[in-house]
Design a protein around this ligand. Sequence first.
Ligand SMILES: [Zn+2]
Ligand SMILES: [Zn+2]
Ligand SMILES: [Zn+2]
Ligand SMILES: [Zn+2]
Length: 508
Amino acid sequence: MNTPWVQSCSTKWGDFSNSLGQSPCSVALALGQMCDTSWTLYPLPPSAKRSGHYTGPPEEEATSCRCSTVLYSLLSACGLCQNYAELISWSHYSTNCSTVFLSRFPERIPSKYSVPGWAYLDVTGRDKFDPSKAGAFKGSESLGPGIQPSSTRTPPPSTAVPRKSGLSPGAIIGIIAAFVLAALVAGLRIRWVRRRARTRPSTDNNHSHSRKQDSLHLNCLPGHLEPTCVVCKAQFTYHNNATCGMECTEILWENGGNPGMCDYCHRKPKRPGYGRCGPFCEEKAYVACLLCKARPKHGVSDLCGDACTRIAMKSAPLLLEAPQDHETYAMVEANFQQAWHSVPGHGPCPPIRSVYSIIEDEDLRQPYLAYKERVGNEQFRYHGTVRRSQCTLGVSTTALCGSAQCPLCNILESSFKVSLAKTTGAFGPGVYTSSASNKAYTYIKDGNGALILAKVVLGNIKLVSDWEEVKFCPPGYNSVVFDRMSGKLNETIVYTDDAIRPAFLIFF
Ligand SMILES: [Zn+2]
Ligand SMILES: [Zn+2]
Ligand SMILES: [Zn+2]
Ligand SMILES: [Zn+2]
């Protein structure tokens, strides 16, 4: 039981972790599973605004165990750990509760866990978790079995409080409205990102339709997912994965899972006309691992972690498509468009058809990394190249054609080779790229080719101002750059294989 997405929790009010270093998220998950073993906790969706919070139990899950202020306080702190400053009030959290436990957790404390003293503080006075009071609280913890007590704490006496009726209908409507609004904002943000990414005017202004759709799928929020593997349906999931382990992840990658189910969580039906079950999964899918598509990718990597990296490495070099509603697609497309300069004869910036992230072989990756470490100054550059006429890479397959006569597949298979460079190049034998996407695009003949967005280590640049000014890399430099037409027809040349690797592939 672990929440790897919140390992530590430093906030402006202090660190909310317990003396064992367990974050409030880990402790909340452990306590919640004492109430219901199938309950799990997911990170809050990555949103720029960081608005939102964990919700209280839905009606069918509102056991008195879930209706404890201790769990409420831990979940509130868990949100703060993720920089979500918004706090849900206790009365909103406990809307569906018929019995609540104040300053008490009715189940035993799970073994090897301890509950911080601040989690027992009263929240009914302000009707809200008080982070400054909690951060300053020095009272001792409640320890589960398996932990040696240094001092024991007696939780304050408390009572189970039966409730006759919940909130007034007006208050409930207010809560639902707030929810729908939050979901709409999330949805709009996604639509805005897509719209911006495609630079195409959207015709989707039918908000009333979206509002209805969103409100129907609000239950796809953290805390309601089953922990059995979505593939074998037999084993428990590994941490917060959708699957139990590598084998099932590989199957999920190959077959995409049940086609009727959300292609992120795989546990709720798709909303009609969409790939995902609702706004929560849509936000998650924007930054999903490109292999399993069911977990957040890890930072700048397009994969989520060890298991997916190992699966990808087995098949390297591997092309993983970035869907149009993915951050990687948006990033590559924005880069491509910004790098396109209007030059007579080059035409307007063409629309992109598909984007792939290139997972390279470990044997190719290491020497590049070593060179980068030594020389520095890594930048993105474009290289346009063609496919052999019979090659259908990016059209009907992601498998390389294997032909020695296919320039594109050769670069993907073994990266760029200075030894294959023409000696007649204007700046001598090297690998030629450009910071101008329009320049690189001219090398894709009749569209039967692709643009490679390569990572290039430029190190110390020899800037030249005319053709054939140098015919090799001058001593003391690592690359040659000719900023022809103020960069609109930039030429960038490196002279060693280790200075460049293909990173993304763009088809038109
Ligand atoms: Zn499984
Ligand atoms: Zn979903
Ligand atoms: Zn993954
Ligand atoms: Zn090919």
